[in-house]
Design a protein around this ligand. Structure first.
Ligand SMILES: [Zn+2]
Length: 171
């Protein structure tokens, strides 16, 4: 395992040190043609140079958004009338693709909340059955009321996920 990690590290170091030389190579020139007026950093990232070494942090201003894949800060770049985003590990998004990823994240978070509420309700149901024999009835009723509240909230969220929440591209 250690040997594999060493080989990978050496590979990364060699690739990184080659970054500057890539600018003089033919593939770079071909990519430059393909990318038009894209900044050199974009082309170097496309050539799989480490984004930090390629100068990704100078490509835009930090935004208030995080990368859906690695949770790093997204830099915001404006090109003409379009906005693009890129994190320092190299993930790139258009405004539309970032919104699509955010929509998936929102839906996943809502399902996670539904699951948590239902697990809470199941736990209260178990507690209520144990408490029933040895505690006053009021305690069992309190647990049952709380269980119903959790299930009601889970139902409301489920309604939101299945009908109210619609991703922008589906509007
Ligand atoms: Zn990222």
């Amino acid at each position: 395992m250690k040997r594999n990690i060493s080989i990978v590290l050496i590979f990364i170091i060699v690739l990184s040190s080659c970054g500057k030389d890539l600018l003089d190579k033919q593939p770079y020139k071909n990519l430059k043609l393909a990318f038009g007026n894209a900044p050199d950093a974009e082309i170097r990232i496309a050539m799989e140079v480490d984004p930090l070494r390629a100068g990704v942090t100078h490509m835009g201003e930090p935004s208030t958004f995080t990368c859906p894949e690695c949770h790093g800060v997204l830099l915001q770049m404006k090109e003409g009338g379009r906005v693009r985003f890129r994190c320092h590990t190299g993930h790139a998004y258009s405004a539309d693709s970032l919104m699509a990823e955010m929509s998936e994240g929102i839906e996943a978070a809502l399902w996670n909340a539904i699951r948590s509420l239902q697990e809470g309700a199941l736990m209260l149901e178990q507690l209520s059955s144990h408490v029933g024999e040895s505690h006053p009835p009021a305690e069992s009723e309190r647990l049952a009321t709380r269980r119903e509240q959790l299930l009601k909230h889970a139902d409301q969220l489920r309604e939101m996920v299945t009908s109210r929440w619609t991703a922008p591209e589906e509007l």
